[in-house]
Write a protein that binds this ligand. Sequence first.
Ligand SMILES: NC(=O)c1ccc[n+]([C@@H]2O[C@H](COP(=O)([O-])OP(=O)(O)OC[C@H]3O[C@@H](n4cnc5c(N)ncnc54)[C@H](OP(=O)(O)O)[C@@H]3O)[C@@H](O)[C@H]2O)c1
Length: 316
Amino acid sequence: MTADARVVLITGASSGIGQAVALRAAEEGDHVVLVAREASSLQTVAQECDDAGAASTLVVPTDVGDDAAVERLFRRAVDVHGRVDAVAHCAGVVAYGRTEEVPSEVFEGVLRTNLIGSVNVARHTIRLLREQEGGALVLIGSVIGHIGVPSMSPYVLSKWGVRALARQLQLENRDIPDLHVAYIAPGGVDTPIYEQAGNYAGFIGRPPPPVASPEKVARVVLRRLEHHRDRTQVNLSNNVIRFGFTAMPWAYDLLVGPLFRLAASDRTRPVGPGPGNVLAPQVEGNRLHGNQGNPVIGIGRNAVALARSIGGRRAS
Ligand SMILES: NC(=O)c1ccc[n+]([C@@H]2O[C@H](COP(=O)([O-])OP(=O)(O)OC[C@H]3O[C@@H](n4cnc5c(N)ncnc54)[C@H](OP(=O)(O)O)[C@@H]3O)[C@@H](O)[C@H]2O)c1
């Protein structure tokens, strides 16, 4: 083991953004502690991290919604490494549906992983970083933590909460100059989360353009470990959307529904109602990138499908 390499703990490390962060940290020669609920996909990522040059890999299957399990996770990381220098909290789930459509256990499942999970990870990270008098926590929020969108009710609520948590932690930890809490808000990212999602809205979701790669988000996360900044929007377009939501709510409310149907769902892929990976992992769906092809072609297909359904309704 390399004694002076950083120890970086990554939640959600078995897929998408978390996997990309783990691989990037491994390339930089860090010790990586890999966390998600399911062990076998973490083992696969651990092998990739070893191949990429990690100082060491440690797999600790943990449900971030379970505070006692998160406490055990941190104890294990400290037993092995003596410290944790940085935590990138990337674990997250989505459920599509309106407030009254999403069953209560699935609604609570999204809040449990995204919001309570973030609080649990923050609780044990901050305790440790305060003891160490330094280190970094990066929370992954979303542009959706700044706006409202149709048919993503539990996710919207959870991500507003993550943004609030990040601000709260920044305020509470101003007394330790070497302790940094960063909040990163991606827009659309090409990961499997859209297909893994619980869905009660009728159609598979898709990342709206401009779509960033998980590798791009990982670069931003790793940069924040060295060049501290409190808040980062990953895509410039996030700022346009936030401006519309805040400054022109009448126009935003009028446009967001049609634009969401056109650019953020796949009208050619109907899906039956189900909890996706919200209540339990779906191992076969975990991977680095999503599976939804070119977003412009996707929008074109959606436009045709929507026009046909409007035409069909008029004819009947
Ligand atoms: N993709 C996007 O367009 C996008 C945009 C904005 C923000 N984000 C945010 O970025 C983060 C990563 O998303 P992603 O797109 O990379 O998703 P992803 O590819 O579906 O990966 C999610 C990861 O979280 C883990 N996970 C889920 N529930 C967990 C729990 N209760 N405890 C521990 N681990 C859990 C999953 O593994 P297991 O199922 O094995 O636990 C998996 O490793 C999320 O917070 C998401 O909200 C994504």
